[in-house]
Write a protein that binds this ligand. Structure first.
Ligand code: ATP
Length: 357
């Protein structure tokens, strides 16, 4: 068992607060991604779990054991950094075997473990090679393999794929998930790349300015962002947030988008009439300009990305994006209309940014 419980975790660097009272429980064998922009406190959180930093306040527990003051070497965690630390004078085999030799495992067991990790990470063809001549991609695979070989119950990875190329990153996303399932580890994965978090994690912890914003499964945080920060941070292109005012009561609630028109709104216990009308670009249908209940707009830019087209639309001072996947021919300057899917609309309080629906 290796559940991690972070309670009231706070870290001050001088007068700067990098982490503000973070509470997070990571279940045994769970894969949790810490996701957020640069400087939001992801690495600080990881370093505290690993024992490389001491929290100013709060505690770290592994299952029922308080680990807060336990030195790094006694925590039994595996750690992979952005910059791989490989012994370049050694072969790939010796790098993978290093931690096992330090632990004085029998040679037969070392051989078996190295083989297993090498097979999982596609390192078998390189086992006899000196690490010095290997590509960045293979070196990062090796760094992951070396930490994985000792089979830590808790495996911490801090942006392990940020230095490798895009194609290899896609391969590694699958391999890492496979590795975690095979070894049954509790994995904490730091990234600022939403695609990595969305594809690999069981749950995503979204952070901003040292504060945990939301924790949930990838689909939960994507579909039901708790505030406008999470709504904007997840999704590419990001969610449209259009200022408007709630009017009407009961089932007849609408949002008046200034100068654009009115759209049906989800029923909310609104504390304020001033809202942001949120709709993801893929939930906006393109309809004929005279379609009833649709909002007329002008196409100001067109981005064609393979099978998808991202339309940049404008009207009455509002900017919106719509993703079009049907090959509908559109050109700049064209007038069309949009109809957001009412079931996918999310409302946010304009002043606080908090979700109302
Ligand atoms: P990145 O992806 O850029 O590493 P991050 O989310 O991992 O970002 P952290 O490295 O945890 O962010 O840093 C959080 C904040 O704390 C940043 O503003 C950073 O400058 C600051 N910080 C981190 N370590 C120190 C330190 N040793 N001394 C002073 N400030 C620090």
């Amino acid at each position: 068992m290796a559940a991690i419980t972070l309670s009231g975790l706070t870290k001050q660097f001088g007068t700067f607060t990098a982490l503000k009272s973070l509470d997070l429980t990571i279940g045994d064998k769970e894969f949790v991604a810490l996701l957020g922009p640069s400087g939001c406190g992801k690495s600080t959180t990881m370093n505290i779990i690993a024992g490389m930093e001491t929290p100013t306040a709060g505690s770290v527990r592994f299952d029922d054991r308080d680990m807060t003051g336990v030195p790094m070497g006694e925590r039994g965690v595996g750690f992979v950094f952005q910059n791989y630390a490989i012994f370049t004078h050694m072969t790939v085999f010796d790098n993978l075997a290093y931690g096992l030799k330090v632990r004085r495992l029998p040679q037969a067991e070392i051989d078996a473990r190295v083989r297993q990790v090498a097979e999982l990470l596609g390192l078998v063809p390189f086992l006899k090679q000196k690490s010095a001549g290997l590509s960045v991609n293979i070196l990062q695979r090796l760094a992951i393999g070396r930490s994985a070989a000792i089979n830590p119950q808790i495996f911490l990875l801090d942006e392990p794929l940020s230095n490798v190329d895009a194609a290899f990153r896609a391969v590694m996303r699958t391999e890492l998930k496979h590795l975690q399932r095979e070894f049954g580890q509790t994995m904490v994965y730091v990234t600022h790349d939403q695609l990595e978090a969305m594809t690999m994690a069981d749950r995503i912890a979204v952070m901003d300015h040292g504060v945990l914003q939301q924790v949930g499964s990838p689909i939960e945080v994507y579909n039901n962002p708790i505030n406008t920060f999470v709504a904007r941070f997840l999704g590419a292109p990001s969610m449209n947030l259009v200022p408007g005012r709630l009017t009407g009561t009961g089932d007849a609630v609408v949002v008046e988008l200034d100068g654009l028109g009115a759209l049906p709104a989800p029923r909310v216990a609104a504390t304020s009439a001033d809202v942001l009308f949120g709709i993801r670009p893929e939930d906006v249908a393109i309809v004929p300009v005279d379609a009833p209940g649709a909002l007329p707009m002008e196409v100001v830019f067109v981005e064609r990305i393979g099978p998808r087209t991202i339309l940049h639309l404008a009207a009455a001072g509002h900017q919106l994006k719509a993703v079009e996947g049907n090959g509908y021919p559109v050109s700049i300057g064209e007038r069309l209309a949009i109809r957001p899917d009412p079931a996918r609309v999310r409302l946010f309080d304009r002043a606080s940014g908090l979700a109302l629906s």
